[in-house]
Design a protein around this ligand. Structure first.
Ligand code: CTP
Length: 402
């Protein structure tokens, strides 16, 4: 259908980038990037009409997004020759619009296109040796100024190498070292660094990528004082285990995976440095609260847990009840004793969601007036429930009476 929409307007259209790369790597593909040689917005509107989808367009950039009735997203961009400025040191050469569009991209593996027009449907276009690099499992830039054009690509190189278990090509690796030496990153906004770092830390197993970041000295792009010790990798591995445990039991519960790895990465920094990092990376108030305040509290509570293992469920609950998933998992990773990990797991799997059955109206019937007394009784009923002293609503009401 999509090809027919292009044919109707007489324009060439291609599916490009990550979609083609993932297709050739037999990986799951989610959304689709389309490049049209011509007016992308007219194409997107016509395509949306044909397949009863919704279309949002950005005139300024010549881009549009079509959302199909089943939720599948198709991003559409216009390839137009005049829009691209070559980096000054590159020779000007004549290229077709699609080739130019691919030339603007970061790594060879992201530069393949498949034509969708009906007559040439399925033709794979590979201008820069992407198939060879996929076969060789190598991340390679298209030209030597790629990181000058966009230094965030250094982080992307590491993300892709880690995700696909590829190596970074020799020349590309030298270009990264050069980018670090000359500090291409000094004008890069903290927000962009954070966006890249976060994507790396959200990958299934970010640990090899974190090690590679350190090998290139890129942790210093986050903050000059950021440093790892030999415990860092050990703790990162513990984070991985804690997250795997969590995801197995609570498959679809969302949480900030990246933040737990990140807390381990910054754990040697003083509060002042962590504040500077939070400012540089433009953390949201929630991120600040987790990384700055709650992390310190969690470390203190963890010490209490290890020094004085709680003897009752209610005590365990009162130590941990204010912490979000991320902090419980962070404590699990940092815990030194198995007993502590078990306690954290008991809290998270069993105690966290325990609620009392008794309601305000029951207390009113018992003659209690709403106010602090209400709260006190409710929390002592909860304590009794956590410690298995009450089982039914009647038990709770009797307990409240007493
Ligand atoms: N791109 C680039 N330079 C960047 C970011 C992106 O050249 N700094 C190009 C890449 O060629 C990529 C395309 O823009 O194929 C889209 O980027 P992105 O949305 O990150 O998609 P994917 O490559 O599919 O990455 P992911 O699988 O992580 O979504």
């Amino acid at each position: 259908k999509i090809g027919a929409a292009g044919d109707k307007l007489g324009i060439n259209l291609f599916v490009v980038g990550g979609f083609v790369r993932d297709l050739l790597l037999y990986r799951k593909v989610d959304d689709m990037d389309i490049v049209v040689e011509g007016d992308g917005i007219s194409f997107a509107k016509s395509f949306a009409l044909m397949c009863k989808g919704r279309c949002n367009s950005h005139k300024k950039f010549g881009t549009a997004v079509v959302v199909l009735p089943d939720g599948f997203k198709v991003d559409v961009a216009s390839a137009r020759r005049e829009y691209y400025k070559f980096p000054a040191a590159l020779p000007t050469v004549e290229m077709s619009s699609i080739k130019l569009d691919m030339f603007r991209r970061d790594f060879t593996i992201n530069t393949m296109a498949i034509q969708l027009n009906q007559e040439k449907f399925g033709t794979l276009i590979d201008f820069f040796g992407a198939q060879r690099d996929l076969k060789d499992k190598t991340i390679r830039t298209i030209h030597n100024l790629s990181f000058v054009e966009d230094p965030t690509r250094v982080f992307r190189a590491i993300k892709f190498a880690n995700r696909f278990d590829f190596t970074i090509g020799k020349l590309t690796s030298n270009l990264i070292q050069n980018a670090v030496r000359v500090d291409f990153f000094k004008n890069l906004s903290g927000l962009r660094v954070f966006s890249e770092l976060r994507q790396i830390l959200e990958e299934d197993d970010p640990i090899p990528a974190i090690k590679t970041l350190e090998t290139y000295g890129l942790e210093r792009v986050i903050h000059p004082y950021l440093a790892f010790d030999n415990q860092t990798v050990v703790l990162l591995e513990e984070v991985k285990k804690a997250l795997a445990w969590h995801d197995l039991l609570f498959l679809d519960t969302p949480y900030l995976r990246w933040s737990i790895y990140f807390m381990v990465m910054i754990r040697l920094c003083s509060p002042k440095i962590v504040q500077e990092i939070a400012d540089r990376l433009k953390f949201s108030p929630t991120h600040q609260r987790i990384i700055l305040n709650d992390r310190i509290k969690a470390e203190q509570r963890l010490e209490i847990l290890e020094a004085n293992p709680p003897k009752s469920n209610s005590r365990l609950h009162s130590i941990l009840k204010t912490f979000r998933t991320e902090l419980i998992l962070y404590m699990m990773a940092c815990a030194k004793k198995d007993e502590t990990r078990k306690a954290l797991s008991l809290f998270y799997t069993k105690l966290r969601d325990i609620k009392v059955l008794i309601r305000g109206e029951h207390l009113i019937t018992l003659g209690v007036r709403p106010g602090p007394e209400f709260k006190r009784i409710m929390s002592s009923v909860l304590k009794a429930r956590l410690d298995h002293q009450v089982a039914t609503l009647e038990n709770e009401i009797d307990f409240a009476k007493g």
